[in-house]
Design a protein around this ligand. Sequence first.
Ligand SMILES: N[C@@H](CCC(=O)N[C@@H](CS)C(=O)NCC(=O)O)C(=O)O
Length: 203
Amino acid sequence: MKIYESRTAPNPRRVRMFLAEKGITDIEFIQLDLAGGDNLKPEYLARNPFGKVPWLELEDGTCISETVAICRYFEEMFPEPALMGDTPLQKAQIEMWQRQCEIYFMNQVGMCFQHTTGYFKDRMTPVKEYGVEAGKNAAKFMSRIDAHLADNVYVAGESFSIADVTLLCAVDFARVVQLRITDEHPNLRRWHELVSARASAQA
Ligand SMILES: N[C@@H](CCC(=O)N[C@@H](CS)C(=O)NCC(=O)O)C(=O)O
């Protein structure tokens, strides 16, 4: 199996961390230069039409893109430790938090980055005001999740899950747009120290 990715990008880090939690090592990682547009080369678009990393290529050539879809594949193939829930209720709660962290925080951080820095201006039209607004949305989320973490050890409750993976990778990436954990986020800080101490956070 191969994973096409970029070492510094936040979505590939989510997959690497997920795999590290499961102890899956038998994978070849292929690095693409995103700024240089490697991911948009015709030979890659033929296999991964949306051109985003990460994507997984199986031995038979089947390609799976989307971080959570890749994680779902590995969760089904290697169920232990469960990172997407065991019971129907846990599965629903983890998916709920995972999506909230992704949609209302990670994607907002991404839009803030792309639209305020113009990093991908060769392939999109940056709209600065949109980026600034996205940054404000991301900042609001940090306060909301801080309040939630006052009563929860991990994002989805008592157990570490894919929701923590998404939030950690997004919080760490948010530094590129000067969004940082401050004294106004004591619970988020406690959670960040806890999750960053896991070996998988180095993946
Ligand atoms: N929804 C996708 C998002 C993937 C994504 O946006 N990847 C970024 C890197 S973190 C990328 O490939 N950017 C290159 C580009 O947009 O050309 C996922 O969850 O995997």
